[in-house]
Design a binder for this molecule. Sequence first.
Ligand code: B3K
Ligand code: ZN
Length: 876
Amino acid sequence: GQIVHLADYRPTDFVLERVDLTFELDPQATRLESRLIFHRREGVDASAPLVLDGDELVLTELRLDQNEMPASQYDLSPDQLVIRDLPGSEPFEVTVITTINPEANTQLMGLYRTNGVYCTQCEAEGFRRITYFPDRPDVLAPYTVTIIADKAANPVLLSNGNFLGGGNYDEGRHFAAWFDPFPKPSYLFALVAGDLGVVEDTFVTMSEREVALKIYVEHGKEDRAAYAMDALKRSMKWDEEVFGREYDLNIFMIVAVSDFNMGAMENKGLNVFNDKYVLADPETATDQDYANIEAIIAHEYFHNWTGNRITCRDWFQLCLKEGLTVYRDHEFSADQRSRAVKRIAEVRHLKAEQFQEDGGPLAHPVRPTAYREINNFYTTTVYEKGSEVTRMIATILGKDGFKKGMDLYFERHDGEAATVEDFVKSFEDANSVDLKQFSLWYHQAGTPLVTASGIYDAVAKTFTLSLEQMIPATPGQSTKQPMHIPLSYALIQDNGALLDAPKVSGGQVTADVLHLTEKAQVFVFENVPTRPVLSLNRGFSAPINLDFKQSTEDLVRIARHDTDLFARWQALTDLALPNLLQAAKDAREGKAITCNPVFISTLLEAAADEALEPAFRAQALALPSEADIARELGSNIDPDAIHKGRQAILKAIAESGQSVFENLFNTMKPEGAFSPDAASAGKRALRNSALGYLAYVTGGTERAAKAFADADNMTDMVQALTVLAHRFPEDAATAEALATFVKRFENNPLVLDKWFALQATIPGGDTLNRVNALMEHPLYVATNPNRVRSLVGSLAFANPTAFNRADGEGYRLLGAQVTQIDPRNPQLAARLLTAMRSWRALDASRADHARAALLEIDRTSKLSTDVRDLIERMLK
Ligand code: B3K
Ligand code: ZN
């Protein structure tokens, strides 16, 4: 793979007017006749050839305006088709006939088979595995698609757009024709065919058009699609109400498949989903599963406007659709559930994943300028930081200003392939503001570090806040410019009340937001009666690291009194962190581990506070993870010491809070039949958190075993089983519970994934033996991405002590998996490999083992571009 540069972008020489595809489906030899109408773009040299992309393609036939093309007119390779001597300005038709083997397609890109169902995945560059085509997002055209297939095996024949008609064909075959009037790029093409069950509903849009809604699942799983359907209808309504966006076709379809490289795909009118994000019922899905389904259904649906109606000019603009659509799905979930709890979960995820990426060898700007393999840029930086950048625009412009900008963006660019610059300009023009400095968020990688310090002058009654920003160097970017960082703040007085609208000087201030735009800046607040406590970056208004040394008393005041619940959670976290860091240090040096009693009492006070929603209290009790502690330490990391220290802190909290936890465990069970709503889920989360703490006091095993036996839903069952497995891995009760669970759910792949995952995350080096044994288990399916992620992915991403075992065996295990999976499924292999992206932060001996494992992969001949690209960046 060659490196592609943003600076090299230029439009195609030929404009694609229409696409007409006819598929004759066959498991090993599908025939596709593709008819493309082009014309030469105005001003393009008459000698310029038409260049079409391919990937491992077999050409069967080629015609120009219905006549067979002489071999002298084109150059052919599996990766490219170049046609010369084409008309000057009048339209012409190229017919490309290819033969495809869906069954041999293990990459799951292009046309493939999963459980007997034909399905496609074309983003980013999968369409070129189906036919020779100008496979880039700025080539938009309406598509007509005809599918012909054996009727008995494939009663369902689907593609994008509206259904035109269908009927019987020859030899037991039938056909269906679809037309998508909305011009789209090839990455949004989809085809699905097979024998599937369907759940149907309708939605009436804001202009009173009736839209048919259909969710296709494997036969017998129809009942488990009800929640997804409900989430879809709520998403459609919300997009009308909040963004003014109405659905456009007369049908919207979702298909759930069991072999999929990612979560889901927003193909126009025909979303294809990993069935993990469609299927749910109380017996088999956890509250987290329900929340994920709601968020992903919404995300893919929202793409219809942010991604499909307005798409990306080139793949460098990926955040234009992904960051924006993540922002939209975050806002949707916040509106459907508890906004503060949602924000806490988002920030936890952002810090765990994106901050880690931004601080390592794979760091890149939200809008990169070069890539070797685009599939490696579907990253948490493009998605989650991209969403944060959108959120900051809303913070800076306010609700109305943001809406004006979005409306202008939709108005200006509907039907187009746009850029990040187009997006930003819409906000500038709609609000008459200059966002030039702000745009650095798209271009400069690295998490800014803001250092803050405050001084109160009791005589002058002023509070002086000094801020300084530093953006760390990242690969290819050694020097950075100061950015525009919006910091939401509050001054909390002695009595806990917030100081109302204080007078501030020193820079731009809008509502409760300080705008840090200089490298160093001093804000002075006047008429402050007593020494205030500053709560800064409330709601995580900017995705930064904040270095602000606040005393325990000050943090306790924020934790008790801030009106922003996110800030209260942040203060509790800031109270916890120094204890966890010190504990890791003491554990490493073999010293006794202690914990600040004020932190413990503040935490327990929050846990027991009936005025706070249970989900918030559960978030507070979920201390920073081992990975969070590692990130705070930054270098010379010893995961065993972090684990040992954190366990000691958890035990100290459990011992002090035993009665609080017993009370929560006994009272937090939601009444009545199971409901996945946010309030019930919050109660379950708090109760299960209490169960986790109680595992550190006498009777822990028995209590967890009983909780497992009593569980009447998957959330409680999996939580109890996790407590048993993680805290008492060698206990007979654990072995028995694991056996009961697998026997009960042996026919449910999604539940089996949980069984594998919770064993792969048992702390400690012995887990590597367990994982090796599980890879030989008859229920382990090495070709199913969900199963591989649940076992190997969970070990590498979510089990620091086992994966980083001191002898390096964890890295070797991952390396062997990566090289084994790579030839079949490069995207899956590459994704697993990113688990090693922070290897340089480990202690010297572990880092040596990690480097050796990476070099071993590097020595493998014939690595995919995906893995090769990552290895090179990680070893650089
Ligand atoms: N757009 C797809 C992701 C495609 C990934 C290609 N490697 C799902 C989404 O973000 O909605
Ligand atoms: Zn997306």
